[in-house]
Design a protein around this ligand. Structure first.
Ligand SMILES: Nc1ncnc2c1ncn2[C@@H]1O[C@H](COP(=O)(O)OP(=O)(O)O)[C@@H](O)[C@H]1O
Ligand SMILES: [Mg+2]
Length: 361
């Protein structure tokens, strides 16, 4: 007989000294549960993410959680979720209070609705570029971009208004950090999601803004085709492909879709193995996408916010993270739930490269 789940400890409760009343569970990821809640004193709905209580003894995850609140506190772009408050609950669980968003994340949308047409997908992704550009200019690299972490909300009657979520892995570079926030560089572990991971992240190398551009390109590829740029069965295979295999060109992935080859070229550049060969800023990537949003496939509504046109300095973090991986479900690869040390990944990738090298020598 299936065991009954224990009741949710927060549902229906008031938390933080009565400041918020938890109404309903609306999402959950690797780190925590997200609830819809009421803030009675100003009569507004908020979303509250609470770190899974069983994780409060994990120092690395606790700092990841406070890192998210800190990173979001630096950002004010309309396409980045707003954070209002954060703190510790009576039972020692950590929480973050955010604006409440109506809608669904990109993973849910593509899983149920299938791939999106170019004229819908590009304006969404270009706005995400705007949010990332701001983060990168402030020295913040997201490091866990994937469809679950992009939410499509309706704002002021505008549909498909994307919001970038989950800065739990975000890295604030040292030059941007205030004195005392050493925890970010002392931590040896970094997480990521194999299907959307840049080659440098897969190899545990130093990451900068260009790693986010690669992950964003994988997301766009998946949103347009319902598939990832490589065929793989396991997270480890994805990691190897990110490092070694050229992406299947977009127009070959779904030949019947009629994607312009020039759009494949834009994606190929964003998916270059070497960060130097990619678009160097999110703004540059957005500019490269723009003609396809406006030319061949005219968009029906103007973008609610201008896409930035200035180029931003590239962020070079000064610490060298090693990695662990927490894959999360995606439309094309939904059942890859495991935690692996990236050291293992690097060894495998290294072994693969060695085998290849031996073949050619
Ligand atoms: N502010 C919000 N409003 C509405 N739903 C949200 C909000 N934040 C997160 N969610 C939902 O909860 C899911 C998990 O949130 P996320 O911040 O990614 O948590 P985790 O760190 O556990 O992955 C998201 O994919 C989204 O569907
Ligand atoms: Mg998430």
């Amino acid at each position: 007989m299936a065991q009954a789940r224990p009741p949710d400890p927060y549902l229906g409760r008031e938390i933080a000294g009565g400041k918020y009343r938890i109404l309903q569970k609306i999402g959950s990821g690797g780190m925590g549960t997200v609830y819809k809640a009421m803030q009675p004193n100003i009569d507004r709905m908020v979303a509250i993410k609470i770190l899974h209580p069983k994780l409060v003894n994990r120092k690395d995850l606790v700092s990841r959680f406070s890192r998210e609140a800190k990173a979001l506190g630096h950002l004010s772009h309309p396409n980045t979720v707003k954070v209002f408050d954060d703190g510790v609950l009576e039972d020692n669980s950590l929480f973050i209070v955010m604006e409440y968003l109506e809608g669904r994340n990109l993973n849910q949308i593509v899983r149920t609705g299938g791939p999106m047409p170019v004229e819908r997908a590009l304006p969404i992704l270009m706005q995400v570029c705007g949010a990332l550009n701001e983060a990168h200019q402030r020295g913040i690299v997201h490091r866990d971009l994937k469809p679950e972490n992009i939410f499509l909300s309706t704002q002021g009657g505008i549909k498909d208004f994307p919001k970038v979520l989950d800065f739990g892995l975000a890295k604030v570079t040292e030059q941007e950090m205030r004195p005392g926030s050493i925890i970010l560089t002392q931590e040896g572990m970094v997480f990521g999601t194999p299907e959307f991971m840049s080659p440098e992240q897969a190899q545990g190398k130093i990451l900068d803004a260009r790693s986010d551009i690669y992950s964003l390109a994988v997301i766009l590829y998946e949103v347009l085709t319902g598939k990832l740029p490589f065929d793989a069965k396991t997270p480890m295979e994805y990691i190897q492909h990110h490092v070694m295999t050229p992406p299947i060109p977009l127009h070959e992935r779904v030949p019947t879709a009629g994607f312009p080859p020039a759009l494949s070229e834009v994606l190929n550049r964003a998916l270059a193995k070497n960060p130097d060969d990619r678009y160097q800023t999110a703004a540059e990537f957005a500019q490269a996408l723009e003609p396809f949003a406006q030319g061949k496939n005219p968009i029906s509504a103007p973008l609610p916010y201008p896409v930035p046109s200035s180029s931003a300095p590239v962020v070079i973090p000064s610490s060298n993270p090693s990695s662990a991986l927490t894959p999360a479900p995606s439309p094309a690869a939904s059942n890859t739930k495991l935690l692996v040390l990236v050291a293992t990944a690097c060894l495998l990738v290294g072994a693969g490269l060695a085998v290849l090298a031996m073949k050619f020598l």
